[in-house]
Design a protein around this ligand. Sequence first.
Ligand code: BG6
Length: 488
Amino acid sequence: MAEFIPVPPFDLVVFGATGDLSLRKLFPSLLHRYLDGQIPVQSRIIGAARSDMDSDAFRKLIHDSREEFAPGACVDHAKCDAFLRQVEYVKLDATAPADTWGPLTQALADGKDKVRIFYLSTAPGLFVTIAQRLAETGLATPASRIVLEKPIGRDLASSRAINDGVGAVFDEQRTFRIDHYLGKETVQNLLVLRFANMLVEPVWSRATIDHVQITVAEELGVEGRADYYDKSGALRDMVQNHMLQLLCLVALESPNAMDADAIRTEKLKVLSALRRIDAQDAPAKTVRGQYRAGLVDGAKAPAYAEEVGKASRTETFVAIKAEVDNWRWAGVPFYLRTGKRMSARRSEIVVQFKDTPVHIFGAGAGAPNRLVLRLQPDEGVRLWLNMKEPGPGGLRIKTASLDLSFAEEFGVRYPDAYERLLMDVVRGNLALFMRRDEVDAAWTWADALLAAWDEIGGEPHAYAAGSNGPTQSALLMDRDGRAWWDPE
Ligand code: BG6
């Protein structure tokens, strides 16, 4: 089993502690890190929320949800109970004046020199207010850090207002903007694959790559988040952040070190080279969809409009032909596709190589090479190569794959993205967090597309829940003589 180096003792306050993200991801991740011996006993974990309950009731909430969200983790019950004893709860209305914040100030007493983390798992509308209160109450010590969950605003202007407001209290070095996709193992492996293997980088360009596909398909619908989602839509919810971050990691130039600013500067260059899509280009380069009722995994799923309880023009599916205007990638489209209620939960990056210049084994023998990086489920890498079919008599070409399933190869549990990211905050490692200028650049691109869609108007195309999106998505590829890669 891997040895984990403990992080320094810390105090962590989770605002919005009774919310979905907190119970589903943050506390289970902390539990895993604790069980692996990474969280020192002097650390304190404080949940803060408006609900009226005491620490025992909050511990019970975590205890009761852990089988669902951290299944099988608690083999050693005594250790799991010890984790719960490090957790406290403070009832707090984050919008109330600073003089009502006494309970939190008391809970954090005697910890001025410890690493102190404020995790804002709340609506972005509260980010600035909470940062201001942290300043007014003196809780924002020089050693403290703030963690902001996406979405940071809903456009460039609102994101700037949030970053200005939070930035007045926490400087950039103490601001951790989470994009949890950056904490996924395969995403980090992309950097290792590209920059730790001599084989890969020389073929990683327009000279050999035909196009790239990035798919993030979910089976789930909007669940309990209809209110948020209906105002957001797939472009703001998934593309502006997760998908663009994935695109950046595929496209960036080699950073000169595994250093936060070196990596983020290279990502920023990609975002700046991303061609804007205006109203003239949008119909040919983008597809918006919305799910209707259908069958997902054999179970009936309602239409989006039914889930949000009204007719809506919000897109739950997006396909985009994105282009990066630089020397390495000119002419290599990056096709992005994401949607809810699709046929399967599947996130992957497909790098489709060009065909060989001549076919000495006959026309149509074999197929152009393809590299697939699977983010979920079953993280791994698969490379399709053309090989000779075994046996005498003639020479037949067969396309076969080298398949590396990380779980099988390394025989370990794959940690949730939040486990790494939370420990990185404690260690002060900003490499996997978004810098402010990256967020600005991503919004600048997304705002242009949102404005183009507004100008064009129209409704999103319908697709059946449980399908691969609207037929227009296949047509977008078809027009370029390509097709989405959807394994059976
Ligand atoms: C979140 C989005 O950021 O990512 C959700 O707000 C989406 O709508 C989720 O479901 C997907 O994350 P994952 O890790 O399950 O792929």
